[in-house]
Design a protein around this ligand. Sequence first.
Ligand code: CO
Length: 648
Amino acid sequence: MSDQVKMTPLDYSADRPAAENPVKIMDLSIRDGHQSLFATRGRTEDMIPVAEMMDEVGFWAIETWGGATFDTMHRFLNEDPWERLRTLKRYIKKTPFSMLLRAQNLVGYRNYADDLAYAFVDRAAENGMDVFRTFDALNDYRNFETVVKQIKKSGKHFQGCICYTLTEPRLGGEVYNLDYYVDRAKSLESMGADSVCIKDMAGLLAPYDAYPLIKALKEAVEIPIHLHSHFTSGMSPMTHLKAIEAGVDIIDTCMTPYAYRTSHAAVEPLVMALLGTNRDTGFDIKKLAAINEVLEKEVMPKYKHLLDDSKVSIIDINVLLHQTPGGMLSNLVNQLREMDALDKIGEVYKELPKVRKDLGQIPLVTPTSQIVGVQTVNNVLHDTPDERYKMITGQVKDLCYGLYGKTAVPINAELQKKALKGYPRGEEPITCRPAEVLEPELEKAKAEIGDLAVDMDDLILYAQFPVTGKKFLEWKYGKAEVPDSVKPITLEDVKKKDEIIKKAKAGELIERKSDEPAKSAALRTFNVFVDNEYFNVEVDPTGEMQVVSAAPAVAAAPVPAAAPAPVAAEPAPAADTDGALLLAPMPGMIVKYLVNEGDSVTKGDAVVVLEAMKMENSLTAPADGVVKSIKFVSGDSVAKGAVLCVIG
Ligand code: CO
């Protein structure tokens, strides 16, 4: 038994006396839990059945909002993100709400202007947010200044995060060592933080690094220390115990159905482990069990198909090997698969640390993990022996310009120069607080969206997500039909689907006739994936048909994708494509065209902005000429190889 955690004999009933220094717990199930395990697809209607019960547990706070929820709610679930906050507040009346705020990135993927940042925090507070857990991907706290002013003005709790990242297998090395984290914590305290959070998004914090780290932080600052450590690598339950022994104040956990894998450790084992010690949580394990029962019966059946069960292991060994977030690695795999380049994964693992070093050893967290990841894939796929960084993403250019903030070490000067050649804001990088160079954007957004944004909440949604936000507002106000793909499913639907799959597995879906025809030469075999179930189906066309000889081989996906692929528009027919074609180098969504039909362009001019894996890529004219035709509009999904425009 450690000197820090003392066992005293007492009864284990729910009304046992309070411990001397109880560990406080924040529950993450309805934000980080479903974001980590179920692609952030949790619906408000599935949180309500347990909301009042969770309010009775005694959590320090419940994380209910922010992170990716704002994006997925309006994009995939046809839910107004602001409405979730107000709805949950009607059920959870005692326990404070916490949100994940990406500092000046708010809940989006770039730095927004100060006017939008003030408005967002103000509205979040008004709608019911209490604790603003704030992080910056570069740990550059100049990016906190604006939101912190508003958090304080709104009278709310400002929790400052330090993103935990490593360049070595364990804490230490040149950049991310104990001094680094102590310095960051002091800096947060001096800017008025009410608590400090170690945000270990990849589960890299080892138990014997957590102990000295938490000890050092407790000595360096007065404010409470909060630990957020993902399970991904399998270390977090051990890390929690060592952090508790070192005196950590608050720990993040999930309810069991939302726990483990890339999510967080479950609360129940921790409650039992600490029972009767001086750090006993005081929680009633029976209350937790009752919540789990409702979740298992009424909620989880609707989500289990989203769980990536392509592997039996719940621990990601790659995280221990590569010190990168699990989500980032699965994105890389998905991106390579979409481009039929999964065989390049080994090269990607080798290239990744090089790109990260070139980009200033930045922490790997949203959005920097995406920036490093997508650029790494671009390098592996597009670089030639005599040209590195052939296709630089818009976000890497922004990073090189200083738009995300200051990197831990300087960016590779040669890469920076190349990235900033012809960069619209200027070729000299900035050193000031990034948002200082951003023009106010609310008025401009208002002019664009007009009356479709009825109030400030609508406008803030549109300002952060112009393409999908506009689509959502059209659904919300009945200006466009709501597609079936964003509608909720019921337990009935789940039951029906499960039965079909069961029958298919038992071979009962095939009704054989007695006069079964012989298989013809036109027989083709298809791999059919129903969620993660795999079926091999032979299809033999009947009636007239032309046999096409030497059909190109279609590379079948070797493993079923965890999430359904976006519906991709058909490539344009070849008939009207005389001239130089600009093809989509990867599947994605058209953000906007920068030219109109009839415009003259020079080879290399930026023509269209394509969003792929949440990164914007500006694609350039393949030749000099006049833009003859533009094939898509903003918001369209396109397949790899789709003709985006013709220049002739
Ligand atoms: Co997290």
